[in-house]
Design a protein around this ligand. Structure first.
Ligand SMILES: CC(C)(COP(=O)(O)OP(=O)(O)OC[C@H]1O[C@@H](n2cnc3c(N)ncnc32)[C@H](O)[C@@H]1OP(=O)(O)O)[C@@H](O)C(=O)NCCC(=O)NCCS
Length: 146
């Protein structure tokens, strides 16, 4: 498995995972726009020429906002999600980010556990933030040492 900077060539595989994982998936157009943005960074996990996971973030100066991380269902629990987060966190550290923050559905125990392992701490909650189904978001942030 390799972690690669995401390009348009990865989009078919990314959209397949995105559509399978989320009730409100990103559209191809939105992802294409993100890939062109100077303020976004996306990575894909690739195995045998196929995309098996991806992660993305948006940033302003030294503040990172992590979008989704997702791994295709047949490849979970093998460290792929961790490798993707590690790639993003490494980039943030190298570029002297102050923090990396995210929102996650409060029932998503797998993701909350994964983020906690990387040092993200719970910093707040947004009531009924999600739809399909309605659910609150937990806000988690990884603060980098200065
Ligand atoms: C969350 C997700 C990305 C994890 O990917 P993964 O490749 O399975 O993660 P890893 O194998 O690197 O697991 C690392 C840690 O995550 C946690 N974790 C992963 N799957 C878990 C599960 N089913 N239940 C509880 N904890 C879990 C554990 O802490 C695990 O560490 P461990 O192996 O020492 O127990 C994956 O489950 C996924 O794609 N879910 C659907 C999309 C999603 O909900 N994304 C988050 C949106 S904010």
């Amino acid at each position: 498995m390799k972690i690669e900077k995401m390009t348009a060539d990865h989009l078919d595989g990314v959209l397949e995972i995105e559509n399978a994982c989320f009730s409100r998936p990103w559209s191809r157009q939105s992802l294409e726009n993100e890939l062109k943005s100077e303020n976004s960074l996306f990575f894909a996990a690739v195995e045998d020429g196929r995309v098996i996971g991806y992660i993305g973030m948006n940033f302003v100066l030294d503040e990172g906002y992590m979008y989704n991380v997702a791994v295709s269902s047949g490849h979970r629990k093998r460290g792929v999600g961790s490798a993707l987060i590690r790639a993003l966190v490494t980039y943030c550290r190298k570029n002297n980010f102050a923090f990396l923050t995210l929102e996650v559905r409060e029932s998503n125990a797998a993701a909350v556990s994964l983020y906690s392992k990387f040092g993200f701490v719970r910093v707040g909650e947004r009531k009924n933030y999600y739809s399909d189904p309605v659910e609150s978001a937990v806000l988690m942030t990884l603060f980098f040492e200065v």
